[in-house]
Design a protein around this ligand. Structure first.
Ligand SMILES: O=P(O)(O)OC[C@H]1O[C@H](O)[C@H](O)[C@@H](O)[C@@H]1O
Length: 363
């Protein structure tokens, strides 16, 4: 693991001094997916969608966040040029991280969703579904949304839990003062409120840090039981990755694992064994690989792969909706780190921590 950013209280805005120097990236110039909806096409789509939703939000009298709110957050937490609070998609307050090497990432406070991760070349790695909306009427459909405290359907709460459907708070921002290693980072926090308690009667704190280390994206999630009784949870980082075409995409690192095939009925999965060296896509796919290894790779079909290295996430989910989403299924695959097969039990005062790193490599 590379060194962590030194925590830097953002109340005193930090302007990194010293010479500016980019780190060698993971895959400078690696050719990323360029499907029919290319990265630039996607970005344009996203801006258009954002514009549409902003208009709707005003018409409906919904205030996503005023410019003054965003300015105040930026004044408090911004580290100019490295960590900036901006009006993101649909005007949602969004933290933009920019690494000295040219890479960037964006995280919305609504849902703590990583909506964008770009390499230094400007290539977007993540995928935003065309039906994504940014007015808080539903979770953001794309990027890396959270599933917490529930992965999948539940009788007690919405599919995949409430974390992707509520506002998180910025706890801190940082940038490493070492001139060679300026990892911009934001830490977001979610705690219980009346809404979460109506579905899940527990006191908790989720602390989620997102950082850029060169072109590599890093997420660190901690869940703390702040209440007086134990609770169980499941979770996932529901990562949407853009591919050239779903039929050219391949996931490796899953051979030999037992998986739950949820395609027929998510509530009654069928247990199977993965015999394939590379998982390819020829129809709807919804598989939870149990006790997965800490490394999987998604070949996006352009001569590049997204590598996913994790720690403490027990399972990997591979999902393609296929023609159930006719407008977009060809352009993405979800490869998700999940904690599903063994729910985590936390006693009062206990915490669980998991980490994940995404990088791009040439094949
Ligand atoms: O549409 P969403 O609620 O975002 O869920 C999208 C998908 O997420 C996961 O990958 C699950 O395994 C699927 O069963 C589910 O359909």
């Amino acid at each position: 693991m590379a060194c962590r950013a030194v925590a830097f209280a953002a109340q005193a805005p930090f302007t990194a001094g010293g010479r500016s120097r980019s780190r060698a990236g993971v895959a400078h110039g690696a050719p990323l997916a360029r499907p029919a909806t290319s990265s630039s096409g996607l970005a344009t789509q996203r801006q258009r969608a954002a514009g549409r939703r902003a208009t709707l939000a005003v018409r409906a009298g919904v205030t996503v966040a005023s410019a003054a709110d965003i300015e105040a957050l930026n004044k408090h937490f911004g580290i100019p040029g490295r960590v900036d609070v901006i009006a993101g998609p649909g005007g949602l307050p969004t933290v933009r991280l920019q690494h000295a090497c040219g890479s960037s990432a964006e995280v919305t406070l609504f849902g703590a969703c990583i909506t964008s991760w770009k390499q230094a070349s400007g290539d977007e790695v993540l995928y935003m579904r065309p039906d994504a909306v940014f007015d808080k009427s539903k979770p953001i459909s794309g990027g890396i949304p959270h599933c917490f405290p529930q992965f999948g359907p539940s009788d007690k709460m919405q599919q995949h839990g409430f974390a992707r459907n509520v506002d998180w708070q910025i706890a801190s921002t940082s940038a490493d003062p070492q001139p060679d290693d300026r990892d911009p980072e934001v830490t977001l926090v979610l705690t219980e409120n009346e809404y979460t308690k109506s579905m899940w009667p527990h006191s908790f704190r989720v602390v989620y840090s997102v950082a850029l280390h060169g072109e590599l994206l890093r997420a660190d999630m901690r869940v703390l039981n702040t209440g007086l009784k134990p609770f169980d949870f499941t979770a996932a980082l529901h990562t949407y990755i853009e591919v050239v075409d779903v039929e050219q995409a391949k996931v490796s690192g899953l051979k030999g694992l037992t998986y739950l095939d949820k395609t027929a009925d998510p509530k009654k999965p069928v247990e199977k064994k993965e015999e394939r060296e590379e998982v390819t896509f020829t129809g709807p796919t919804d598989s939870v690989y149990l006790k997965a290894k800490d490394y999987v790779e998604l070949d996006v079909g352009s001569g590049a792969a997204v590598t996913i290295t994790s720690n403490k996430w027990s399972d990997v989910v591979v999902w393609s909706p296929w023609t159930a989403m006719p407008d977009c299924y060809r352009s993405f695959v979800c490869v998700e780190n999940a904690q599903f097969s063994t729910p985590v039990t936390l006693k009062p005062g206990e915490f669980w921590r998991s980490q994940c790193e995404w990088a791009v490599k040439d094949l």
